[in-house]
Design a binder for this molecule. Structure first.
Ligand code: TXA
Ligand code: MG
Length: 332
């Protein structure tokens, strides 16, 4: 059932359902999350069942902003190191997840049994209204992975979530997500900042605020096998995705000529085809706009019956790193 996120009664109803241990999907600026009371391990285990996600694959806990934040933060995590505190101050609320040392005795299910926990304060008014309503009812944070079945494309509208889980799930509608790809994840539990997943906040922005060089997972003595970056095929639509440069795309279309069918193309380079049955979409020149469109477009290509999705390799610039990462995974 879809609830209107602008309606305070609907928010109250969602908060009470969460308090009672139910699952509720909610909007964030990045993608929709599938939420449960993070302090209730039984409720949180329901997320793994619903998603079909391995139970050792940790979830992100969403926290309220402002006055309630410090209280919720200290409930789930031990104090962040100075660079982590600086990152939270600079980018929360916003599309940044910080991995911190977990407070023993809380959030074990959300953390997938690890002694660390992922935390994020989302920058979406409906998410914040819900998190504050939850806090008033004694729910300090919402465990919430992206509201899709395991390995599939993350949802950026309430309708996408309903398509994944059906109408029985309570879904708080907050409109289409404005960021469109999942948060940047920085591990703050290893003494120096480590980038676990790129997003729209760039490496340079993180390093400037953290005052430290951002390490990559490859530099760690023990890379975390459960961290998102290490799963090969992720964010994958049903159709087969391939990345190509603009010239190669045009040659492939030339070879197929009028025969090109069941192919969807997303490119910055303007392309020509003699086929009437080709789906051609223009990739925006702006990385943020491309991120916003990406997941909805992959779903749309599936719905339009594409068997192949050909995408022009995005530019090398740092602002494209998040989009490049998701496309490479979709193509893996
Ligand atoms: O933008 C987002 O981050 C969205 C919205 C809903 O907030 N959430 C999201 O959640 O993308 P999910 O579960 O699909 O991805 C979270 C990733 C996981 O792949 C997991 O590996 C990593 O965060 N993660 C969470 N807790 C961790 C931990 N303690 N250590 C290492 N990685 C962790
Ligand atoms: Mg996900």
């Amino acid at each position: 059932m879809i609830l209107d996120g602008q309606d305070s009664h609907a928010i109250e109803r969602a908060a009470l359902a969460l308090r009672a241990g139910e699952l509720v999907a909610f909007p964030t600026e990045t993608v929709y999350g599938l939420g449960a009371d993070a302090a209730n391990d039984d409720a949180t285990r329901g997320i793994f069942r619903a998603k079909g996600r391995p139970s050792d694959h940790p979830l992100i806990v969403h926290l309220p902003d402002k006055l309630r934040q410090a209280e919720s933060l200290s409930r789930f995590a031990q104090p962040l190191p100075a660079f982590g505190r600086a990152l939270a101050d600079a980018f929360w609320p916003g599309p940044l997840t910080l991995i911190a040392t977990r407070q023993p005795g809380v959030g074990a299910a959300a953390a997938g049994g690890q002694d660390t926990i992922g935390l994020r304060c989302p920058d979406h008014p409906v998410a914040q209204a819900l998190l504050h309503a939850c806090a008033r009812h004694g729910v300090p944070g919402l465990a919430g992975p992206s509201a899709n079945r395991f390995g599939r494309v993350s949802p950026t509208t309430a309708a996408h979530v309903a398509g994944e889980f059906g109408d029985d799930l309570l879904i708080v509608d907050g409109g289409p997500c404005t960021v469109g790809i999942e948060s940047t994840i920085v591990d703050c539990s290893r003494g120096a900042p480590v980038l676990l997943r790129p997003g729209v906040i760039t490496r340079a922005q993180i390093e400037r605020v953290a005052g430290e060089r951002l390490r990559s997972q490859a530099e760690l003595a023990q890379p975390d096998p459960r961290a998102s970056g290490t799963l090969e095929s992720h964010y994958a639509p049903a159709a087969k995705v391939r990345l190509m440069d603009g010239r190669m795309l045009q040659s492939a279309l030339d070879v197929l000529g009028a025969q090109a069918a069941h192919i969807a193309v997303w490119s910055r380079t303007p392309l020509k085809s003699r086929s009437q049955r080709l789906i051609l979409r223009r990739m925006p020149d702006d990385a943020a706009e491309a991120a916003r469109q990406l997941f909805a477009l992959l779903r749309q290509f599936d719905d339009e019956g594409a068997k192949l999705i050909w995408i022009e390799t995005p530019p090398d610039g740092p602002e494209w790193e998040g989009v490049r990462d998701r496309l490479m995974r979709a193509a893996a």
